[in-house]
Design a protein around this ligand. Sequence first.
Ligand code: BES
Ligand code: MN
Ligand code: ZN
Length: 428
Amino acid sequence: MSTALAVFVVQQEFSDSAWKKSAPVIVGEQGATIYLGQDESENLRKVQKAGRQLDNLGVSSAKLSGEGWDFERQWAFANGYTDTRSTNKLEWASNSEALTQTRNVVNWTRELVNLPPMDIYPEALAQRVAEKLESLAPEKVSSRVIKGDELLQEGWMGIHTVGRASKRPPCMLVVDYNPTGNADAEIDTVLVGKGITFDSGGYSLKSSEGMLAMKCDMGGAATVAGALGLAIEQGLQKRVQLVLCCAENLVDGSAYLLGDIITYKNGLTVEVVNTDAEGRLVLADGLQYAGEVGAKRVIDAATLTGAAQVAVGNEYNALFSVDDELANKALSTAAAQRENLWRLPLQPWHKENTPSAFADCANSRPQKGGGTGGASNAAGFLLRFAPNDGKGWLHFDIAGAYHNSANAMWATGATALGVRTIAALLQD
Ligand code: BES
Ligand code: MN
Ligand code: ZN
């Protein structure tokens, strides 16, 4: 006999004088019941809120029961019901193999982001991701870590510059998933992740309040790693590489300074006008790597700008691309995966929006938050490094995906929003 709380959905008008009409879920003797209406988007929101409320009530084990639980309704419940430490137990009503697969990967992603920076430093991040992906497909996955001064030998100047002030050295992780059996197979997609395991802001130091959540700054790395993991579990048949740009953005006597100029592998020089605009500096290396290996598509994910979070809020990721066809594909894929994604402006001329008198460009405008259009200007900076003038490239700014506090839909911390969309794009 199951000791879990049974949770039902019913498609009917709710009438019970003891409960408010606005209650997403009511709890009775046989279990909990969620009353649904005609609009399925609203229904999914309600189901997710119900999950969140049951966690708030202290329910630690739930069993989705009865009719009416399709994949998306069950998934919405799981998203809401998952607590920050993902201790809650959940039994599915149907479709349990696909749902368990998704939940395992997504919870892995959320937990990784939520771990403290004392545990998740650059090498630890690289190692955990490599181990996870190797465990999913030992024969098809290989990986390499380029660490500390090795980064200089290979020309990965951005990662080294940002990360060199930490006692825990920066690194680049490269994972190769090659299911083809042909070592020279073409690479369909390179995934690039921002893996700043802690962002103090560097000498452009953040305030204490602004810094508190900055263990989440490897969220892009966790998201693309989770996406590849999910796609592998779903039987991905294409060769995909994952590149994580891992560093701790700290201060000490060897840290990079405002006014410093970074000369990248491709010859481009960048003046640092703000050491807190570090994400784009490390991603530049990942994008150049993608160009070197000749990937057809490049997808990056990064907690890149507060501006993106301000623009689209905490329930959306922001999408940037100069490739309209691919951008539209990403938007329709996100809609199909029931993940909120909103496209923000990016034109080739955004490259010119961070000018410098001393170098080819600066890493930001010398204004708070990068000035107006800060998220687009950051994307414009990345476009300078994207292969093929940005054709085949998607940039996900996921700064809103980590929640400083719980809301009606999500527990405090990481949401892993974007994992499903990027996994589905890989399959495409
Ligand atoms: N990691 C931050 C962006 C961020 C902010 C992520 C809030 C999640 C929540 C990033 O490195 C950063 O500091 N960006 C600056 C850029 C600015 C200095 C041009 C920002 O958004 O203020
Ligand atoms: Mn920063
Ligand atoms: Zn950052």
